[in-house]
Design a protein around this ligand. Structure first.
Ligand code: ADP
Ligand code: MG
Length: 268
């Protein structure tokens, strides 16, 4: 029996308001439950456009064509609907300041999605937020609940943003260059955290990066984008060791020497 995909993207195109050219062209892709997909491609290739479209975060006026089929509820298997942002699908941005509000406490922000989507009371939400801060391995969770984002480091802010993203137990977590702005050590620590969180909570991961080594360490599938098109996708090992498309080969050769073997490794 083949499993129905969690998310099915069919012939998706996106054109931003006023743009002469589409930023995403006829992209088809499927995601299975618990899959880890890395989306790689040079800057401007459409990675974030695809992710924002899936997460319902495109700016006003963007035109879309094609279909997104969401089957997040196996108990109602023939139901078709879009994923609900924050509930079914959550987004972690490169810059945690983009997702965190400077005037709200960390506790309020980590609890927000759980209050809205899981209908927790304020009191339950506070306990839930504390548990989440522990889950993302932040020290002093009690003090953090009433602290503000500017009081903690960039790496800690990204952990808070991740805690806020997984607050309502989404099926899919999108990490869009979520480690790119961090120093190398913090980057590796956040990658390990994502690795652990998606395994522990049975989430599906869409990991967007221009770091091919990081992609290979976290993902089991890789999709390569170039100029708004999906040029290649498949098992991480196959794409990395035997890229079919010239665009992929070019992308890889500009990054690293593919004859170096320790490419496929787990971060944990
Ligand atoms: P990536 O994430 O791969 O770097 P993006 O999806 O952000 O690429 O961008 C793809 C293309 O869409 C680029 O040409 C970019 O300039 C354009 N684009 C992105 N966001 C907007 C926007 N809000 N309005 C108009 N054009 C945009
Ligand atoms: Mg981007």
């Amino acid at each position: 029996m083949s499993l129905a995909p969690l998310l099915k993207i069919e012939g998706l195109s996106v054109t931003y308001h006023g743009a002469a050219q589409p930023s995403l062209r006829n992209v088809s892709l499927q995601l299975q439950e618990r899959q880890r997909l890395a989306i790689i491609g040079e800057s401007g290739s459409g990675k974030s456009t695809l992710a924002r479209c899936i997460a319902g975060l495109l700016p006003h006026g963007a035109k879309t064509d094609g279909r997104i089929v969401w089957n997040g509820h196996p108990d109602k298997s023939h139901q078709t609907r879009f994923p609900t942002p924050g509930r079914d699908i959550a987004y972690v941005f490169q810059d945690p300041s983009a997702s965190l509000n400077p005037v709200l406490t960390i506790g309020e922000q980590v609890a927000e999605a759980a209050i809205r989507h899981l209908r927790l009371t304020r009191k339950q939400a506070r306990t839930h937020a504390r548990d989440l801060l522990i889950e993302v391995q932040l020290p002093n969770p009690d003090a953090l609940l009433s602290a503000y984002p500017h009081q903690i480091s960039g790496g800690q802010r990204q952990r808070v943003a991740i805690a806020a993203a997984i607050s309502a137990a989404p099926k899919i977590l999108i990490a869009d260059e979520a480690t790119s702005a961090l120093d190398t050590i913090t980057q590796a620590a956040i990658a390990r955290l994502l690795d652990r969180l998606v395994s522990a909570n049975g989430m599906t991961l869409i990991f967007i990066t221009h770091d091919i080594a990081l992609a290979s360490s976290l993902a089991d599938e890789i999709a390569v984008f170039q100029s708004g098109r999906l040029v290649e996708s498949g098992k991480a090992q196959d794409v990395l060791l035997n890229p079919a498309s010239d665009d992929t080969k070019r992308l890889f050769s500009s990054h690293l020497d593919l004859t170096t073997p320790p490419l496929i490794r787990r971060v944990s």
